[in-house]
Each structure stands twice: as C-alpha cells, then as structure tokens.
Design a protein around this ligand. Structure first.
Ligand code: MF3
Ligand code: CO
Length: 263
C-alpha cells in the first residue's frame, strides 16, 4: 500500500516498555481526574490536578505550548477537557462541571523521552440515557478496534468496523480529527482514521509488530460536523449535540494489541 511515504517508526520491545511507563502515568492522571470530576469542580481545577499528578510522577506534559512552544503562544493548558457539545481540544478554565455532563479528559505526557496519550469521557451523576449510550458506544468502538488489531491486518478493516458500530447505533462520526502514530513525539505517521477508508488506498496501512498508534474514536448524537471556537482551540459540534471521545495508546505485537495506557 502506498501511504506512508512518511515512514512509520517501529519500536523495539524495550522502547514499548518505556512507552508503557509513560502510559501508566497517563492512566494515573486520568484515574485521579475521573475521581475528582464531580458537580461543582471547574475544568481548571481538573487540569491543575492532572499537572500536579504527572509532574509528581516525573513526567512532562505534551500539550502545554503545542505545537511549538514560544512564550505566550501555543496551547495554554496541560490537558484538554471537553464538556458535552465540545468534542476535543477544550481549554480548561472556569467552566463548572454539572450533574448530567459528559466530560472528556485528554492527557499526553513524556517520560524519559517517550510519549503516551489517552482520553476518556466521564459520566457525571445522572446522565441522560441517550448520552450514556453515546459514551458506551464510543468505548465499544475503541475496545473492538483494539480487539481486532493483529499484524498483517489493514487499518481500513478496523476503521470500517468502527464506522459500522456508529452506523448501527445511529451516531455521527467526527471525521475531521484522527488518531496518530506516537513515539518519541506525540504525533508520528501514520494517520489513524476512526472511520471507513478505501482498502488499499492512500490512507490505508498494514499493521506490523512494533507499530504504536493512538486510536481515538469521537462520536456524537448529532451529525458530526465540527466548528472551532474563537479561542482557536475548542472544537464543538455545529449542531451543539453532545460528543464523546475515547483514546488509548496501543502497541501492535506479534499476537495482537498491547494497550499501553492502562494503570
Ligand atoms: N491528544 C490530542 C491528540 O491526540 C492532542 C491535543 S492538542 C494539544 O492529537 F494542543 F492540546 F496538544
Ligand atoms: Co491523540
């Protein structure tokens, strides 16, 4: 297959173990933020907690100052926190978490030179059944994608599976943002779409042992069209319907998938 004129950088077993250590830090951050994500907390407080947590574990954040740090420029916070109609890249701030919200927290860190990136959508208190179904389906998309990973398989097979789940659940797919290879930097080739692409086409690639990818489906109860707010970062659904986002950093092994962002 042609894509990946930008070569995918394969990782050794030792390098994957380094990435797992970074992944454990991300999991610890998300676990703590999940416990703290209750009505009344602000997204800034969750961001501060994330920052303290990964710093105390010896890691640095990947998001602050992204894409290139210059004083006063780049992404201003340590995590992305996207509530309800916000899909991704929500900037933590004064927004107060309320009963019934769905709150996606996305965190990436570097530890000893290696990166990991993960996101989860948290259900706060009594969430409407259809929004609960949205979050559960997004999780299922990620889980089934991971379960389907094996060497030799084309990514287009897995993207198609994820799209089928969304279609069966009558959910919209966010197509403007995709997963990515990850390693010494947060974004490496290949692009990892969470929807059907042409088998053998320019965007397709074959899974190989040593590849490490961030898989990150985003689904919505609405149509899936996006809009970036005037802050230059926060991506919302145009129809303001709620969206969910789930992400893990996953290594392809000789036998299947190894999820690196677990506790
Ligand atoms: N986790 C996001 C991704 O996978 C990156 C967040 S954008 C940043 O691409 F600006 F916050 F870094
Ligand atoms: Co990512």
């Amino acid at each position: 297959m042609k894509q990946n004129r930008d070569a995918i950088i394969l990782k050794t077993g030792d390098e994957i173990e380094c990435m797992r250590r970074a992944g454990r830090v991300v999991a610890a951050v998300l676990d703590r933020c999940e416990r703290a994500c209750r009505p009344g907390v602000t997204t800034r407080e969750l961001d501060d907690l994330a920052h303290q947590t990964f710093t105390s574990l010896g890691a640095t954040g990947l998001f602050y100052g992204y894409p290139d740090y210059q004083p006063g420029m780049g992404y201003p916070r340590h995590t992305c926190i996207s509530v309800n109609e916000e899909i991704v890249h929500g900037i933590p701030g004064d927004r107060i978490v309320r009963n019934g919200d769905i709150v996606s927290i996305d965190c990436g860190v570097r530890l000893d030179g290696w990166c990991a990136d993960s996101a989860r959508t948290i259900l706060v208190g009594e969430v409407k059944p259809e929004e609960r179904r949205l979050v559960e389906s997004t999780r299922r998309c990620l889980d089934e994608a991971i379960a389907a990973i094996r060497p030799g398989r084309a990514w287009s097979d897995i993207g198609r599976m994820m799209e089928q789940i969304a279609v069966l659940e009558r959910l919209g797919i966010i197509r403007e943002y995709v997963g990515h290879g990850i390693g010494r930097t947060m974004h490496e080739p290949p692009k990892v779409p969470n929807y059907a692409i042409t088998a053998g086409g320019r965007e397709d690639f074959l899974l190989r042992p040593g590849m490490v990818i961030a898989v990150e489906p985003m689904l919505t109860l609405g149509r899936g069209r996006t809009l970036t707010l005037k802050d230059g970062w926060t991506v919302v659904t145009r129809d303001r319907r709620p969206a969910a986002h789930e992400e893990h950093t996953v290594a392809v092994t000789a036998w299947g998938a190894d999820v690196l962002t677990l506790g």
